[in-house]
Write a protein that binds this ligand. Structure first.
Ligand SMILES: [Mg+2]
Length: 475
């Protein structure tokens, strides 16, 4: 559905990404000024009214001219003698090609200048004054860049796939630019990457489903591990300490590890962090509780082994009080909007889930998110400085809304500290990078790839894996 309503909705601040909008605006200028639709081409000898008379089968070169679209009076074709269709086709190509080349040149100049602005922003950030950069002045909400971004090279790559410079009616879109940023990020991080984290729903599998045996992502994830990368799934799904629940969601992947007969050493590179940052599991061979056979599974890691002191200091009572406030607001939202939804309380989360098969409208879910965010911030402000403010995240999960204790920023930081990976060696892949999404927070601690479905995850991994180096002792 594309309607003016939808367009207006997308214009709301929480539905826009300011950096992508900025780049889109820059690319729109040459598109409007130069990539104009081609004029209809008529043969120079033909005057209106004579068109039909000239279109007889014997005058083949003349009629071909109309189809191939030669420029008026150009070259030998205009003489009428020996003006064969090949020449005219060449004329056509010569006319078209400079237009596409010039467009490409203009687009590349823009991408190069954004690349330079990002570099300047990085230099200012290293000096501790990112707010002094030109990019920050134009896009005040711009996040940190942990690597340079080769946007011009990435544009060439995207242009080869999506013919951006040859398009006269469809300007470079939000999705074009999102994918270009992804490609640039993949190119930049490939030489240094050591940790890659993935969101679950809509990134590795469809919403609320599980990893299937035939997922094309399985061999790609294994390739990442063979290249020595630590691979972690950082998901909102929260099952306190319950490995079997995560094993269930990841059945296909774990069975894939088993089928490929991965060594314990390789499996030790794979982690699952549930409840945003609260429950960490490692992967390895273990005895099946039901059959006694050796299977690949997950083992819970005690929080003391990896959580920093400030996280371990979160008081149970403070957590419950925050969740009480959130629950009250969610209940109010359900009543106020008459939603067919139930409130679900967990030990470190509270949310609303639909009670019927009907989907809750996105606008209603966003309303729940934004009002609950607001309520919790007010609550924390009123609590004063004496109380430790427990970090939380409120997000629209597609068909539900959840308030989780902690967030993926903490999740990624916990893994970076536990596994020893710097921000410029870490990348998070997710689908929720708008301000109502829970992947958004990771931007302050690592590089990110914004995908919209598991197929796009597959595509970015297909771009990344050929750029990796594999250790010599590879299995
Ligand atoms: Mg997701």
């Amino acid at each position: 559905m594309t309607s003016s309503y939808r367009i207006n909705y997308q214009l709301r601040a929480h539905k826009r990404d300011p950096l992508i909008e900025f780049i889109k605006g820059l690319l729109l200028a040459p598109f409007v000024l130069h990539a104009k639709p081609r004029k209809p081409v008529l043969n120079s000898h033909v005057v209106p009214g004579q068109l039909k008379a000239d279109q007889n089968p014997t005058a083949s070169s003349t009629s071909n001219t109309k189809i191939s679209g030669s420029r008026h009076g150009h070259g030998s074709g205009s003489s009428g003698s020996n003006g064969g269709s090949d020449d005219e086709k060449n004329d056509y190509q010569e006319e078209e090609k400079p237009m596409v080349d010039a467009n490409l040149q203009r687009y590349l100049e823009i991408m190069k200048s954004v690349e330079d602005m990002i570099e300047e922003h990085r230099r200012k950030a290293r000096k501790g004054v990112p707010e002094h950069s030109r990019l920050h002045r134009i896009v005040p909400s711009v996040a940190s860049f942990f690597t340079p971004l080769p946007l011009a090279d990435a544009f060439l790559n995207a242009n080869a796939k999506h013919s951006i410079a040859a398009r006269r009616f469809v300007p470079p879109s939000f999705n074009d630019i999102r994918r270009i940023l992804n490609t640039a990020q993949v190119m930049a991080i490939a030489p240094t990457i050591s940790l890659i984290t993935f969101d679950g729903d809509m990134t590795l599998y469809d919403d609320g489903t599980s990893f299937t045996d035939n997922s094309p992502l399985i061999p790609l994830l294994i390739t990442l591990m063979r290249a020595g990368l630590r691979v972690a799934i950082v998901t909102a799904a929260g099952y306190p300490g319950d490995a079997s629940k995560y094993e269930e969601r990841l059945t296909g992947l774990l069975r894939g590890f088993q089928t490929y007969n991965l060594s314990e050493k390789l499996l030790s590179l794979f982690f699952v962090l549930g409840g945003e940052c609260n429950y960490l599991f490692r992967c390895g061979w273990k005895k099946s509780e039901t059959t006694g056979e050796s299977v690949v599974g997950l083992t819970y890691i005690q929080p003391e082994a990896y959580q920093p002191a400030d996280m371990l200091a979160w008081e149970h009572d403070d957590i419950q009080e925050l969740l009480d406030v959130a629950e009250e607001n969610l209940n109010r939202s359900v009543t106020a909007m008459n939603l067919q939804a139930a409130v679900l309380r967990k030990s470190r989360a509270v949310g609303i889930v639909p009670t019927t098969t009907a989907k809750i409208a996105r606008e209603q879910l966003d309303e729940c998110v934004l009002s609950t965010q607001q309520r919790l911030l007010e609550y924390q402000q009123m609590s004063g400085p004496s109380k430790v403010a427990i970090p939380f995240c409120v997000f629209n999960g597609g068909n539900d809304v959840f308030v989780d204790i902690g967030n993926k920023l903490i999740g990624v930081q916990v893994l970076q500290n536990y596994l020893g990976a710097a921000p410029d060696a870490t990348i998070h892949v997710g689908d929720q990078f708008l301000s109502t999404g829970n992947d958004f927070a990771t931007r302050s601690s690592c590089c990110t790839l914004w995908i919209v479905n598991p197929e796009e995850t597959e595509n970015v991994l297909k771009e990344l894996t050929p750029l990796l180096t594999f250790p010599a002792d590879n299995e």
